[in-house]
Design a protein around this ligand. Structure first.
Ligand code: SF4
Ligand code: MG
Length: 317
């Protein structure tokens, strides 16, 4: 709730003023058990930082993180350890996140050792996990570089599943993969979710990737959530001009359903020096004076459909 993560910027000597990059600036959401909540936005919008704060890999500057009713925001490393196995992370680049000097068996075994699983049980568990993700025992003694990108991501997923987590935060797990492989991995994640009743926070920079796996989708821009809705609400009736622009860039197979293309002007401003008011006003085709002066409230416009835009009602019609 109300998560903020500011990173200090190195300032020139003798400057007293402290400056911060507001990587995440007041983001609030709840993830329901068993659902997939996707967080989408362009690079630098703060989505990965949000994921890392949720995982307690980074401490929040402000805000609370509640896990199953327990406020875990201020827990020390020792206190958080028993909870650590409940949430696991799958990373974007399975090559960078898998230690190249370890065999697949050692990689998957690592979390089992950390969480004190007996040695006698570990070998069987590793084979079981390999099979669960579509690999097999013959892969166990090989090294990450011997595998394709898709297979490496399967190894990363096996490792994340090793200690039976409840929540998996997947940070762009398919962005580095070919489109045909992407859908295999997405299907695998979906199957695993049903099988193990997993909850996912799925981070992506592309709305088309998350359409089929999401129950709800949040869109982030410059450290803030600008829209949050269930999948059909977001894809069928987007309210925020930024969401509309992202959606209009997604190719649709049926040309009669074509959405009007919204081309955004300019680049994303630096999070170190975000625009006033609605931070999207420098690129929004509908911006007016009010947008520069006032931060739009993140408000509920339809049931469970939240948006941060002064003119959401007008633009809907
Ligand atoms: Fe555009 Fe203004 Fe809405 Fe921001 S508040 S999205 S600038 S219309
Ligand atoms: Mg990222």
């Amino acid at each position: 709730h109300n998560i903020k993560k500011y990173f200090p910027i190195k300032k020139k000597l003798f400057s007293k003023k402290k400056e911060f990059v507001k990587a995440v600036d007041g983001v609030s959401f709840t993830v329901k058990k068993g659902e997939t909540l996707s967080i989408v936005g362009e690079s630098g919008c703060g989505k990965s930082t949000t994921g890392r704060v949720l995982m307690k890999l980074l401490d929040a500057t402000e805000g609370r993180i509640i896990f199953e009713g327990q406020d875990i925001t201020d827990l020390t490393d020792d206190e958080i350890r028993p909870l650590r196995k409940e949430f696991q992370m799958v990373f974007q680049d399975p090559y960078a996140s898998l230690n190249p000097r370890l065999t697949v068996k050692e990689i998957i075994e690592e979390p089992l050792i950390v969480h004190n699983i007996e040695k006698s049980k570990r070998a069987d568990r590793v084979i079981e996990l390999l099979e669960v993700v579509g690999l097999n025992r013959y892969h166990a003694n090989r090294y990450p570089h011997e595998f394709s990108g898709g297979q490496r991501q399967r190894i990363g997923i096996a490792r994340a599943l090793a200690v039976n987590p409840k929540l998996i935060i997947a940070d762009e797990p398919v962005s580095a993969l070919d489109v045909s492989i992407q859908s295999q991995i997405l299907n695998l994640l979906k199957d695993l979710q049903e099988q193990y009743n997993l909850t996912y926070v799925f981070i992506a920079h592309d709305l088309s990737v998350v359409e089929h796996i999401s129950d709800r989708v949040g869109v982030m821009y410059l450290g803030r959530l600008v829209e949050l809705a269930d999948r059909d609400g977001l894809f069928g009736g987007p309210l925020h001009p930024y969401t509309k622009a992202l959606l209009s860039a997604v190719p649709i197979p049926d040309p009669t359903l074509r959405r009007d293309r919204i081309i955004l002007k300019g680049d994303i401003p630096s999070p170190a020096d975000p625009p006033s008011g609605c931070t999207f006003h420098t690129r929004c085709p509908f911006a007016q004076q009010l947008c520069k002066d006032q931060v739009p409230e993140f408000r509920e416009l339809g049931k469970g459909h939240f948006v941060a835009c002064h003119f959401a009602e007008e633009l809907r019609g």
